[in-house]
Design a protein around this ligand. Structure first.
Ligand SMILES: C=C(O[C@@H]1C=C(C(=O)O)C=C[C@H]1O)C(=O)O
Length: 191
């Protein structure tokens, strides 16, 4: 049985973030948590062109209650939930990402997102001229003790993450990105 590797500890918090549960993000992680552009593009640049997506789980399900609230979805709504690990030029994964794409968003011009494979979601989203991104909110996330994902066996028990809503032709989808302990950036994300 698949268990999501990380879950948010509490509510997601808007910037500026003084501290969360008495903790502050590491200095070198802040620019990545707040980066307004594509994380895929920034990770590719940091990884000097090396980048890959590993799909952990992807399928139709009812989103979590706090995700339904963020997307203004009814309780029994369905969404395509995609969970991936993102790698740069290291053996350890850099990011765990969970994206929630409501069924009603995957219609019309956005229907192509139903066929998501190992192509990074960001490449598809940021290629759309009318893509809009809502505010980035932050959180601490805790490792799920039931998660048996071998790629995450060395990951720390807590991590910092960010989440935002994207709008495609005024239809929402939610993307949450958790920076793993294997991610130690020596620079800020490229502009
Ligand atoms: C939204 C983006 O897409 C990235 C790629 C994802 C995927 O392929 O599932 C998920 C989250 C992002 O880190 C981005 O590049 O900013």
């Amino acid at each position: 049985m698949y268990h999501s590797p990380f879950e948010a500890i509490g509510d997601w918090h808007p910037q500026p973030l003084e501290s969360l549960h008495g903790q502050k993000p590491p200095e070198q992680l802040l620019p990545w948590l707040l980066h307004p552009g594509s994380l895929t593009a920034a990770l590719k640049y940091l990884g000097e062109g090396s980048f890959r997506v590993q799909i952990l789980n992807q399928g139709w399900q009812t989103p979590r209650p706090e995700e339904r609230r963020a997307l203004n979805l009814k309780d029994r709504s369905r969404a395509l939930v995609r969970e991936v690990l993102l790698y740069g030029n290291s053996a350890q994964p850099w990011v765990y990402a969970r994206s929630v794409l409501p069924e009603r968003t995957l219609t019309g011009k956005s229907r192509y997102l139903r066929g998501l494979d190992n192509r990074p979601l960001g490449e598809l989203l940021f290629s759309q001229p009318d893509i809009r991104r809502g505010p980035i909110v932050l959180n601490r996330l805790a490792r799920n003790p039931h998660c048996q994902q071998p790629e995450l066996s060395d990951s720390a028990p807590h991590a910092w993450g960010r989440r935002s809503t994207f709008w495609l032709q005024d239809k929402p989808l939610l993307v949450a990105e958790t920076f793993l302990s294997g991610f130690n950036p020596h620079s800020s994300p490229m502009a």
